[in-house]
Design a protein around this ligand. Structure first.
Ligand code: DGL
Length: 260
């Protein structure tokens, strides 16, 4: 049985990569909802429908757990998905709590980067309210970054110009941590580290998410059986060229983190 990793597009590949690192013996099915990416700029109810349809497609395969490798999908659908599921479903949310702890200890602020839909949702506002007692968290929606990523736009100069424009209103020397609250964004870690002040730490939720999955699988033992490290790519459009793009993105991301 496989572990499914689900996202609107190629962003979840950043989580898949971490899952393979922590669970190299497992078989993975990566599913992208290519027909409807991006999610973050669309109305909530419309996206909820896309998510439920995608999960039904995924469940036609032999699956033992699902990682919702998408902050946007988690924020609007995780409770409903869990309520209707017999297998473990692990979601992702912007790593605001560890970011607040890190920044607070050095007297700095936190900047959360995510999709407009994630940042609008009650789940995000409740999370910030719970952990941000000193009011040091600011948020910045970056929908264009998802589009760049889906177009495999990794040209340093174009992306640096884009980031510089987006960050123009912020005094970055005041920030200690940047939260990558969208799974597409770790593709741009290297470029970000080149333009940000050196003291700023980048933080994303993939390690913690995969750790939780690992604990859940361990708790399921002895029924739990590992696989042979196979990775299958699937998408809602059943589109050969998108499948090729997913493989290309997987390769590029792995190269980028191995040269860091
Ligand atoms: N990768 C997604 C996330 O983590 C969503 C990107 C999108 O489809 O807008 O939020």
């Amino acid at each position: 049985m496989k572990i499914a990793v689900f996202d609107s597009g190629i962003g979840g590949i950043t989580v898949l990569t971490e899952a393979i690192r922590q669970l190299p013996q497992e078989d993975f099915l990566y599913f992208a909802d290519t027909l409807h990416v991006p999610y973050g700029t669309k109305p909530k109810q419309e996206v909820q429908g896309y998510i439920y349809d995608s999960i039904s497609m995924i469940l036609q395969e032999p699956i033992k757990a699902i990682i919702i490798a998408c902050n946007t999908a988690t924020s609007i659908a995780i409770s409903q998905l869990r309520a209707n599921s017999e297998i473990p479903i692990i979601g992702m949310e912007p790593a605001v709590k560890p970011a607040v702890e890190m920044s607070r200890s050095i007297g700095k602020r936190v900047l959360v980067l995510a999709t407009p839909l994630t940042l609008r949702e009650a789940k995000y506002h409740e999370l910030v309210q719970r952990v941000d007692d000193l009011s040091i968290v600011d948020s910045l929606p970056l929908p264009d970054l998802v589009e760049f990523c889906e177009a495999l736009q990794f040209d340093s100069e174009i992306i640096k110009t884009y980031f510089n424009k987006q960050f123009a209103a912020f005094d970055l020397s005041q920030y200690g941590t940047l939260v990558l609250g969208c799974t597409h964004f770790p593709f741009y870690k290297r470029i970000l580290s080149e333009i940000l002040p050196v003291h700023i730490k980048l933080i994303d939720g993939s390690q913690g998410t995969v750790r939780r999955l690992k604990e859940m699988l361990a708790a399921q033992a002895p029924q739990h059986e590992a696989g042979s490290g196979e990775i299958t790519f699937m998408c809602s459009g059943h589109n050969e060229s998108y499948t090729k793009k997913m493989r290309e993105a997987f390769k590029l991301y792995n190269e980028s983190i191995n040269t860091n």
